[in-house]
Ligand binder design. Structure first.
Ligand code: CMC
Length: 392
């Protein structure tokens, strides 16, 4: 019989070669195409990072201008899509709507099924990066019963997203540049993270040659879970439930209790056994955004900082190497900006779209591409004979 390596959760299996993102979990390092995330967070911006992830090198000024122009040209979604949205229950979670709408894009762009053509792959990728903010904002507007807001192409990528989420026809909405910068930073920090569950899902779906929009929809579905992207929503809800600093020890005790399934959301990571470098940047940004908005005494931020301090001194968390991850502070910023918790994971999804399409393109462009097909260790019944219904 065949002998297989048994590796549940793929803790030690490399499923591909990739030149896009590097993580050193022990040191707490993250690089996109060799550039440390801290440098990109301070000196670059999201669309430049998108170019870097997709093309492998930082763009020069002309290349960047051309890339931005091409992305901006694709921000609108087909008007017929508006009817598609209306088929969802009005209180649908925006992630549920996004899984459906992005999947349905495969019906709008069936030309993208010719993934053997590098041009088509490129166009499909650009469309996705351009349209995901529009779709996420539409899912939000739909969930709160406000009219859809069309993209405004003279705004930056991040400012346009804030505009589509917060503008209403009755009032003039002016995007605060500092908030647009904070939004852009959140996009940058989430742009890629090597072979996480949703990216692996996109690769597996794509390995069969499926339509790229359908593959990204599969990634969005996987990201939704609370152990993955859904953790940002769960983390803020947890911090709000704790509510005040004096209740932290009770929650630390629950997290340590073997008989209690409760976990500290926004803590721990499969790869990082040290501080998640994205969480460090996010924590600084949370301080900046809250002071910008004049709410630096925000109780939730106090609870988060104190929870982090107590956990990092606790033997349980030290032994298991559990540190805050990217989701721990992002929710505080998003909530201060005015987003409800249900929008946190959609924002993660639109930011990660560039990572998904870059990884998908890398895979499809590989001449050695094989369909992803894991094996199993069968633990079911041995061969047995069918028993007629009357005799059962
Ligand atoms: N709180 C309390 N205990 C924890 C936590 C936590 N957040 N995370 C892990 N542990 C314990 C876990 O109980 C286990 O203990 P034991 O060895 O005694 O059974 C040990 O640490 C190892 O945990 P694991 O579940 O085997 O580790 P994993 O690599 O399979 O899981 C994880 C990684 C991120 C799913 C997990 O740490 C977790 O559930 N964290 C909370 C959810 C979260 O914040 N997810 C976001 C991840 S980062 C970005 C993203 O993907 O969105």
């Amino acid at each position: 019989a065949d002998v297989f390596t048994y590796d549940p959760g793929f803790t030690s299996t490399a499923a591909c070669e990739s030149a896009i993102t590097y993580i050193d979990g022990d040191k707490g390092e993250l690089w996109y195409r060799g550039y440390p995330i801290e440098q990109l967070a301070t000196s670059s911006h999201y669309l430049e990072v998108c170019y870097l992830l997709m093309q492998g090198e930082l763009p020069n000024a002309a290349q960047l201008a051309d890339f931005e122009e091409r992305i901006t040209r694709h921000t609108m979604v087909h008007e017929q899509m508006h009817y598609f949205f209306r088929g969802f229950r009005r209180d649908s979670h925006p992630m549920a709507t996004m899984v459906g709408v992005v999947g349905a894009m495969s019906a709008f762009y069936h030309d993208s099924t010719d993934i053997t053509d590098p041009m088509q792959r490129e166009i499909a990728s650009m469309r996705m990066i351009a349209k995901l903010p529009t779709i996420a904002a539409m899912a939000y507007k739909y969930s709160i019963g406000q009219p859809f807001v069309y993209p405004q192409n003279d705004l930056s990528y991040a400012a346009n997203f804030l505009h589509m989420c917060f503008s209403v026809p009755a009032e003039k909405y002016v995007v605060d540049p500092a908030l647009a910068r904070a939004m852009d930073l959140i996009f940058t920090l989430h742009a890629d993270h090597e072979q996480n569950a949703s990216t692996s899902t996109v690769r597996l779906a794509g390995s069969s040659g499926a339509n790229p929009f359908a593959c990204i929809a599969a990634g969005i579905a996987c990201l939704w879970g609370p152990a993955h992207g859904g953790a940002n929503q769960a983390a803020l809800e947890m911090l709000e439930e704790i509510g005040t600093v004096d209740r932290i020890p009770e929650y630390i005790a629950k997290a340590k209790d073997k008989d209690d399934p409760f976990r500290l959301m926004g803590f721990g990571h499969r790869v990082y056994k040290n501080f998640d470098p994205r969480a460090k940047v996010m924590k600084e940004s949370a301080d900046e955004v809250l002071s910008l908005l004049g709410i630096e005494n925000n109780e939730t931020l106090k609870v988060a900082k104190e929870l982090e301090r107590i956990a990092l001194e606790d033997d349980y968390f030290i032994e298991k190497k559990l540190y805050p991850n990217v989701d721990f502070y992002s929710g505080i910023i998003l909530s201060a900006m005015g987003f409800p918790t249900s929008m946190f994971t959609p924002i993660f999804a639109l930011s990660r779209t560039v990572g998904w399409v870059s990884q998908w393109k890398e895979m499809i462009g590989d001449p050695e591409l094989k369909i992803g097909r894991p094996r199993q260790l069968y633990i079911g019944e041995g061969r047995r004979d069918y028993v007629d219904l009357k005799s059962r």
